[in-house]
Write a protein that binds this ligand. Structure first.
Ligand code: PLP
Length: 387
């Protein structure tokens, strides 16, 4: 079976597994307890924080360990929207953000939520952003580093610089960026959110970066863990595993991503040569090396996904992050695709261990499925995947 849905989640990296097992054996004590062994766990925890801070280029005190991006985003918006000095201000959001941003922006900013203008590739229009920073004086701008459906990279360093000049808070969802692309410069954003399971760490652990001096930030109450910013006993083994997974990326040469975008490019050429009429959203923009979204020339995406699954390829519909959600992609809709087109979108996202043969095999399988669907055959097989 070829797994090509890394943007949904990744298998645990062997180094992360080793780190987790070592930590549950050696560092399982509560880091807040008063004896020496707990002090050792605390030291390890702080060393993990310092590693992440080093990669991001920020002070370790800015990093809060938590359960991942969804928790982080909700906490950031609750804090910013509730701040007395910012209460009347607008929040500017990219319409291609993950639902955890869009829905929590709706809850916390209500009628103060505004959309940013994007181009046909889904990238934020910087000239428009600059004008609006001048005119609307928003409390926060939230734009992800790279999109989970299309892989399109946002101009986040430029957005961070514009927000800094205008003294506006910038939140960047880095869930799909970390450990795929270099983290240099991310520490310049005011708030960052991320999840370990997107890059080879365990599920249910991640981190949040807050601005320096943001002393009144509180995400969970009921304890002094994480300097009081987030109460609750830290899951040190999972944090150690997250750091080990990221460390594995840091040891790679920067050229490895380029080699992997060649696999993706060759796949896109091959699949188009076999099936005509495929559109690739965001094709004209810089994209993550691992992701491609295809709008197929015919047939709804769930039919493609279930047939490819039976042929040994696990891919996703464009919008599916949560299983069972087959509503058309809001990302592609915001990029100007029709509802009918978005229903034909599939997402393919590879990982560091995906081989060129898997990409080639997928292109061939897509051609076979197209042939089968055109012939209307295979009707005895249910289109719904049974588990
Ligand atoms: N942001 C992006 C860009 C994502 O792709 C995801 C997960 O699909 C999330 C946030 C939410 O991550 P989690 O479910 O780990 O909280």
């Amino acid at each position: 079976m070829a797994y090509l849905d890394y943007n949904a989640t990744t298998p645990v990296h062997p180094a992360a597994r080793d780190a987790w097992l070592e930590a549950v054996d050696r560092f399982w004590q509560n880091p807040s307890s008063p004896y020496r062994q707990s002090a050792r766990v605390r030291n390890e925890l702080e060393a993990s924080r310092a590693r992440i801070a080093g990669w991001l280029g920020c002070k370790p005190e800015r990093i809060i360990f938590n359960s991942g991006a969804t928790e982080g985003v909700n906490a950031v918006f609750a804090y910013v929207a509730g701040r007395k000095d910012l209460k009347a201000s607008l929040g500017l959001f990219s319409p291609t953000e993950h639902p955890c941003t869009i829905e929590s922006a709706g809850r916390h900013f209500c009628d103060r939520k505004r959309w940013l203008r994007i181009d046909e590739h889904g990238r934020v229009d910087l000239a428009d952003l600059e004008k609006r920073l001048d005119r609307e004086r928003p409390s926060i701008v939230s734009v992800m580093a790279a999109n989970n459906e299309t892989g399109v990279i946002q101009p986040w360093p430029e957005i961070a610089a514009l927000c800094r000049t205008h003294r506006t808070i910038y939140h960047c969802d880095t869930s799909q960026w970390i450990a795929k692309m270099p983290a240099d410069g991310l520490g310049e954003c005011s708030f960052l959110t991320a999840s370990a399971h997107k890059f080879g760490g365990p599920k249910g652990v991640g981190f949040l970066v807050i601005p320096e001096g943001c002393n009144d930030f509180r995400s969970l109450l009921g304890g002094e863990q994480e300097s009081g910013f987030r109460a609750g006993t830290e899951d040190f083994p999972s944090i150690a595993a997250m750091v080990a997974a990221w460390e594995a990326f840091e040891r790679k040469s920067r050229k490895e991503g380029e080699a992997r975008s060649r696999f993706r490019r060759k796949f896109e050429e091959a699949v188009r040569a076999k099936v005509s009429g495929i559109t690739i959203p965001g094709e004209g923009a810089k994209r993550l090396w691992n992701t491609t979204s295809l709008i197929m020339p015919a047939y709804e995406n769930h039919r493609w996904v279930s047939r490819l699954d039976r042929k040994g390829f696990q891919i996703s519909t464009g919008s599916a992050c949560a299983s069972g959600d087959d509503s058309p992609s809001h990302v592609l809709a915001a990029m100007g695709f029709s509802r009918e087109e978005t229903k034909r979108a599939v997402r393919i996202s590879s990982g560091w261990s995906t081989t060129e043969e898997e990409w080639t095999g997928l292109a061939e399988a897509i051609a076979e499925v197209f042939e089968e669907l055109n012939q209307g055959g295979d009707s005895s097989l249910t289109e719904v995947v049974s588990i």
